[in-house]
Design a binder for this molecule. Structure first.
Ligand code: ADP
Ligand code: MG
Length: 239
């Protein structure tokens, strides 16, 4: 009984801290958002696209923080029918106006790709992390290129451990870059937390990506060679 009480007390103080932090983070964010909206009035179309991006991204942080607040609930995330191309377009736009200005983007989309059942914010997070890693691998190389591609592969299925029924995973999403490739010594534990080769990296990006993909019933793998690194995600379709 003693241990249980302690456990409950600890859980309560953790969630109390989370909601305090959430409050502290959301305050300055609403300031940023308000300022961006005020700026928007005096701007031309091109700059207005940037202020809109500021608003969209601050809203996304607010939602992330909200999710952190309800983390202790373990409520299942809302899933909806998503056209992954709208997610990829958003991610490319964020990247092109920020950390990947100098990088060429190539999109190879299958226009008749069926939708995925997913959480939009989480899927944005997946591709933003992959594209950010790709951009960081490319560095300031002048011929940097990132390819985003999608394909429908109705034949692809996978038999999960301990199951005799294969699951169809016909949606394929790829993020490819022409950077130097994944360092060989970390290749076999790439998706584990705290694995990083960057001086200020967290090593949490790919662990989070793998968790989200897994939560969506999908799988992720990486194939890397110098000048050709591909992260490939397979997911079931919406139904
Ligand atoms: P972080 O980016 O904070 O280091 P990640 O989990 O996102 O953490 O990535 C882990 C490591 O995997 C990186 O430090 C890097 O060494 C390697 N990596 C990830 N993506 C790529 C890529 N596209 N090209 C080369 N190496 C990569
Ligand atoms: Mg990263």
């Amino acid at each position: 009984i003693d241990r249980q009480l302690t456990h409950r007390g600890a859980a309560r103080s953790v969630s109390g801290l989370a909601s305090m932090l959430a409050h502290e983070i959301k305050n300055p964010l609403s300031g940023i958002r308000g300022a961006a909206q005020l700026l928007e009035a005096g701007l031309g179309d091109e700059d207005r696209a940037l202020t809109r991006l500021i608003c969209e991204e601050t809203d996304r942080i607010v939602r992330l923080v909200d999710r952190m607040e309800v983390f202790s609930d373990q409520r299942p995330l809302k899933r909806e029918k998503i056209n992954i191309h709208t997610v990829l377009d958003h991610v490319r736009q964020v990247a092109r106006s920020g950390f990947a200005r100098h990088i060429r983007f190539v999109e190879t989309y299958d226009p008749s790709l069926p939708p995925v059942a997913g959480n939009r914010d989480q899927l944005i997070q997946v591709f933003l992390n992959l594209v950010k890693n790709a951009a960081e691998a490319i560095g300031d190389a002048v011929d940097g290129e990132i390819e985003l591609s999608t394909a429908f592969r109705p034949g692809v299925s996978l038999r999960p451990h301990g199951s005799d029924r294969p699951i169809g995973l016909p949606l394929e999403f790829r993020v490819r870059d022409n950077g130097p490739g994944v360092p060989e010594d970390i290749a076999s534990h790439l998706f584990e937390p705290f694995v990083t080769t960057k001086s200020s990296g967290t090593g949490l990006g790919l662990a989070l990506v793998a968790k989200i993909v897994n939560d969506h019933g999908g799988v992720i793998e990486c194939e890397s060679h110098p000048r050709r690194t591909t992260f490939r995600i397979l997911m079931p379709t919406y139904r």
